[in-house]
Ligand binder design. Sequence first.
Ligand code: GLY
Ligand code: MN
Length: 249
Amino acid sequence: MGFAKAGRHEYQVQGVMEYIFKNSGALSSAYNSIVASGDNANTLHYVENNKLLKDGDLLLIDAGCEYQYYASDITRTFPINGKFSGAQKEIYEIVLKAQKSAFSVIKIAAKPSEIHKAACQEIIKGLIDLKFLNGSIDEHFNKTPSEFRDYYPHGTGHWLGLDVHDDNTYYQEDGTEMGLIAGSVFTVEPGIYLDHFRHNIPEKYRGIGVRIEDDIHITETGFENLSIDAPKEILEVEAACAINYNDFI
Ligand code: GLY
Ligand code: MN
């Protein structure tokens, strides 16, 4: 976050980050790093990583090292100039609330669909409050197809392990949904994507894309957030943006 300043390129940020992976003993990335500034964050698996970072834009990094054969998968979104704009903060806070709401239902046997529902309800509420959507939370959540999926078109999590989307099942042989198991790791990654061409929303929100992702280890008594040390609250993120990156390399 301290290195990613206007005038540098997405690939330079990728280079420094992947250097830190290797220098810390993790010999490879778990998948192609997504280093997406501004509107590029609205391309979910953006891997070009070739644009110039611009003052006033956010940078979304979705990346994870592989350590001793195990994958990690973390997303943080932060301001390139070190301070969130009002509009960026509003969107960021909805995504953060959605993630916390998803955490609140996580326990042994909780179903991925329950985690997803908790996150979606908070995102829909935020989009209604911003007047991007009309109607009620339930109405939007229960409708198929639903307009809110234009803003949040992916799932809230996946199994994580030897692979980034680990090869575990979501449905058991009897067709019922698989619940979380102690010892397993599941990601929680809500987001809101406001492409630059979205003319139905005020201009100040266009081009904002925010995702926040943590790696959650399910335990007998609850869960442990394995990626908690990556700054996430607004003030923590802004403080991290001001840190001299030389401290890390
Ligand atoms: N890290 C990218 C994904 O979960 O699809
Ligand atoms: Mn993920």
